[in-house]
Structure formats: structure tokens, C-alpha cells
Design a protein around this ligand. Sequence first.
Ligand code: UFG
Length: 325
Amino acid sequence: MTVLVTGGAGYIGSHMTYGLVDRGEKVVVLDNLSTGVRSLISEQATFVAGDVSDQSLVRRLMREHDIDAVIHFAGSIVVPESVEQPLRYYANNTVASRALIESCVEEGVRNFVFSSTAAVYGIPDASMVTEQTPKEPINPYGRSKLMTEWMLQDAAKAHDFHYVALRYFNVAGADPKGRTGQSTPRATHLIKRACQAALGRVPALDIFGTDYPTPDGTGVRDYIHVSDLIAAHLLALDALRAGTKAEIFNCGYGRGLSVREIIKAVEKVTGHPLPVREGARRAGDPPMLVADSAKLKRTLCWTPKYDDINIIVSSAYAWEKRFNS
Ligand code: UFG
């Protein structure tokens, strides 16, 4: 039994690979290195450079390595970029995933864990988002991921094919052992940008909007430590191997933090005031996104270990000091 991790040289995929090899799994990483970083891949994994849409390559890997499960991270993830280049997002996310799912069905690889996103909910009415909250994505990124969820759902009904889709809220932090972290070039994520500002690598942190209908006027998000997210993937993989057919779970802690609260946490960790600039809202940003992850806790017995913003920020900052991207 071997797990194929697509996008395993990326931020979350590289943590996944460590999470798997740490528990003795055999892993093949498939990544085209368009944004991934080769050195972040565990040396215990087999690395193959290539695209998930290359069906002859993927099917050969599945046969040669006796793949029993795929964990699919490869794709494009920057929301504003998806608005500017929608067709690229539909190609890299939706079309490539279709080819990968088809390769699984053809080769009898029946366990599939999919990296989905809270962006499928768009701007939800509810302050806590459950899996039942209406899916009304407001950008091509969210739509490209929702379409992949639909393909998985339909494929699981038609074939001997099982999947778990995990809808991530705001993933942050780094491997507690310091082996990997957020290394995406031109990162736009708040905690990464705040750490870069704290280290003087960008002049200041921009606060995108101070007039939201939130307690302090800034955007509220549910920041989840990447290691807790990886734990959810391992549980999903175990559930699939034990016969789970089709499930979708929100991944977050169920508590919202504002941009200003993140700034305070960064200042606490670094011991210095953070240079900030208050600016206009960023296009497409919902005011508030907080996960109700009761289903994940109840069904997969997920128990978060790093539900503390100081731990999240400290690990992100420690990584940023070491990795100058
Ligand atoms: N923000 C700033 N300044 C920055 C960066 C972000 O003020 O430099 C604010 C944003 O406006 C938002 C919050 O910080 O209120 C979080 O923004 P991020 O860019 O860190 O993350 P997003 O919430 O925009 O995006 C995340 C995931 C996406 C996913 C989305 C779902 O990264 O993949 O949640 O809405 F699609």
C-alpha cells in the first residue's frame, strides 16, 4: 500500500508527506514544481516530477507503486489570481482533477482525499458555517473546487470509488519540528505576510478593510494549524481504508479571529510593534468565515492539538526566519 500525494512539494502537501512517513506509510509525491519547492519533500518519499493531468504517467505510477490512496493537493490557490485568470484555474483545478479521478477509476484506486476549501461557501449568511450551508462560491477558485467536489460525488455513485473532501478554512503555521512551512512564492496569506513584515522583508502589513460589520471592523477568519489539518487527512485516509464511501468535512476550530487580533498575536510573539497600513477592502473577501467542525470531531474523532493562535504564529514566524522566500 502506497499513498500518492499530488502537490506534495507545496505548503500543505509537504506537511502531509511528513505526516505519512512519520507513521510508516510509503509515499509517492507527484508535483510539477510550478510553485512547490523540491527541498520541502521528505527524503523518505519517492519524488516524481510531473502533472496530475498526465494520465499515462499517473496510471503507470499507480501500477508500479501499488497505490491504494490518493491525497490530492496539486492546484492553484490564490483567489484574486483566479479572478484574473479563470480559465487557468479551471484547467489546473477542475480539468486536472477530472483526469486524476479518471485515472483512479481506471486503475482501481478507490480511496481519494480531496483538498477543498471554505471558498465554496462564498459569503455565507451564518456566522458558523456547517457542511449544509449553501454553496455559492463568489470566485473562480471556489467554483473550480466545488466542481471537483461534484465530480467526486458523481464518480463515487457510479464507480467503486470512495472519497473524503476536506473544506479548509484558513490554514497557517508550520511543522512543529521545523522541517517544512509556508514557502509559496508571492504569498498573500495574512499570517505569512505579517511574519514577513515583522522581519522587515516587506515594508508593512496592509490591513484590507477596517469597515467590515465585525467587532473591530477587520475581517474575521478561522485559522487552523497545518498539523491539525494533516491529522484530519490521516483520519480521513483511515476511514476510507475502513470503508467510508463519501464524506465532506469542514476543517477549522470554530473560533474567529480578526486581522487586528492576528496583528496582536504577531506582536506578542516577536516582542515588537508590527508596521501596518490601513487600506481598502480586498475584492471578493467575505467579512467573516468560521467553521462549524462538529461533524469532523464527531465522525472521525478529530481532536485538535494546536488550537492556540500563539502556537500557530510562533511556528509560522520560526519558519519564516529560516526560509527566506
Ligand atoms: N488580509 C489582510 N492583509 C493581508 C492579507 C490578508 O488584511 O496582507 C486579511 C484578508 O482581507 C482577510 C484575512 O486577512 O480578511 C485573511 O486573508 P488571507 O489572504 O490570509 O486568507 P483568505 O481568507 O482570503 O483565504 C483563505 C484561503 C483560500 C480560501 C479562502 C476562503 O487561503 O484558499 O480562505 O475564503 F479560498
